[in-house]
Design a protein around this ligand. Structure first.
Ligand SMILES: [Zn+2]
Length: 169
């Protein structure tokens, strides 16, 4: 299937919209990494090879560039979604803090990077995490263990079922 064409033959120019569409098909690689899909928010692990176990995306379901363009309902729910997913990442990984970064540049569709940060790992401190990301992308740094990623995804799904993001769906 031509991945640039979405349901009904409508062109899908946005990578995030395309990923959400592919992830809706059970058995796809993206489906295996999806942790939650609700009315406004979709939560998924970074695709493999992943830079870190627990590198998670909080995505708007709707094609919206960022918070400045949120609907009232998205604006009201965003804080709770961010809180719930960030806390779950910390609970699962035992990290010291969770970084939250959103550019909306590579794809103009909110996909907030939520990154578990361990203070003992100097190479992921603040903006160094971007160097780490690129090193994994270039194959210069070992990616996260896929088995550990699958385990993380299973745990995050369990937590988000018990602690929904405060939305229907
Ligand atoms: Zn989109």
């Amino acid at each position: 299937m031509d991945q640039s064409v979405g349901h009904g033959g409508v062109p899908v120019a946005c990578d995030i919209c395309r990923i959400h569409e592919v992830a809706a098909q059970s058995g796809s690689d993206f489906a295996a990494l999806e942790c939650h899909r609700g009315q406004h928010w979709l939560v998924r692990h970074h695709p493999l090879p992943a830079p870190l176990v627990g590198w998670t995306f909080l995505c708007a379901v709707r094609h919206v560039q960022g918070p400045a363009d949120f609907s009232d309902a998205e604006a009201d729910g965003f804080g709770r979604a961010l809180h719930t997913v960030s806390r779950a990442i910390r609970e699962i990984t035992g990290c010291d803090r969770v970084y939250a970064i959103a550019f909306g540049q590579g794809a103009p569709h909110l996909h907030m990077h939520l990154i578990p940060r361990f203070d003992a790992v100097e190479g992921t401190r603040a903006w160094q995490v971007a160097d780490w990301y690129r090193a994994v992308e270039r194959g210069e740094h070992a990616p996260a263990d896929p088995v550990a990623v699958a385990h993380f995804v299973g745990r995050l799904r369990e937590i988000l079922v018990k602690s929904p993001l405060g939305e229907r769906g």
